[in-house]
Design a binder for this molecule. Structure first.
Ligand code: G3P
Ligand code: MG
Length: 245
């Protein structure tokens, strides 16, 4: 039996629907919804002026026409970057969205979300503070409250202190030996971990501790089914067209 809380479904679109549209963009969030996903995950970090934007990498090159570090780039510059053409010509003109715009899109689409705090190096506390404040002040009542997650323990400590009642997940690649101590200290309500390292025994261990385990990134429907049978509560997928609730 898997453990599920706060209505989080089995399928969560990863970076929106990263296999079908440019990751971490509004069109990617909408595409996930179009494919039937009820929840999405995306990554949030800060521009040089402290604006929260949806972005995965620390640097601009892979997914935009920009160069250099996101933390050194002003939002006015980021807004002008091309963020869709790298994925496909039909996506040309796509922009990097702000977190504020994304919160509005979630409300418009009726989407729940896992907000991953993905700070640039040295920016963990500031990023978490901005993200948590925006969630507290602007999250729509019309959609479920978010699950807040991060690989960064400082970011999760800020989330614990600023939003003690929110669902919060510690993100790991493989589970470290002291995973339970970390989760307890940060008062996390679930665990997110990589598909690369998960085993049936790991799932059992987390579930026996009374915590839901969600696994990234799963694009193979057969693997998703195996994980579900093991007791995994949800999978993050780039392909919500292939993996269904
Ligand atoms: O939040 C799950 C997953 O997105 C974590 O890895 O690198 O895709 O952000 P990454
Ligand atoms: Mg992520």
């Amino acid at each position: 039996m898997s453990i599920n809380v706060s209505g989080v479904p089995f399928v969560i679109g990863h970076r929106g629907a990263a296999g079908l549209a440019p990751e971490n963009t509004l069109i990617s969030l909408r595409r996930a919804r179009l494919e039937g996903a009820k929840w999405v995950e995306f990554d949030v970090k800060l521009s040089s002026d402290g604006t929260a934007v949806l972005f995965h990498d620390d640097t601009l090159e892979r997914t935009t026409t920009g160069r250099g570090r996101v933390k050194d780039c002003h939002i006015d510059t980021i807004r002008k970057l091309e963020a869709g053409a790298w994925f496909g010509a039909s996506f040309a003109g796509t922009r990097v969205p702000t977190f504020a715009e994304s919160i509005q899109t979630l409300a418009d689409e009726g989407l729940g979300a896992n907000v991953e705090i993905k700070p640039c190096p040295g920016e963990a506390r500031r990023t978490a503070e901005v993200v948590c404040r925006m969630i507290a002040e602007t999250w729509s009542d019309s959609v479920p409250g978010p699950v807040i997650s991060s690989f960064d323990r400082d970011a999760m400590a800020v989330a614990r202190d600023m939003l003690p009642d929110a669902a919060r997940a510690m993100l790991f690649s493989g589970l470290p030996d002291d995973w339970k101590r970390v989760v307890d200290e940060l008062k996390c309500t679930s665990v997110h971990a990589s598909n690369r390292h998960v085993t049936k025994a790991v799932v059992a261990q987390v579930n026996e501790a009374g915590l839901p385990l969600r696994i990234y990134t799963v694009n193979d429907p057969a693997r998703a089914e195996t994980l579900r049978e093991w007791g995994v509560s949800a999978v993050f997928t780039d392909r919500p067209d292939l993996i269904k609730d």
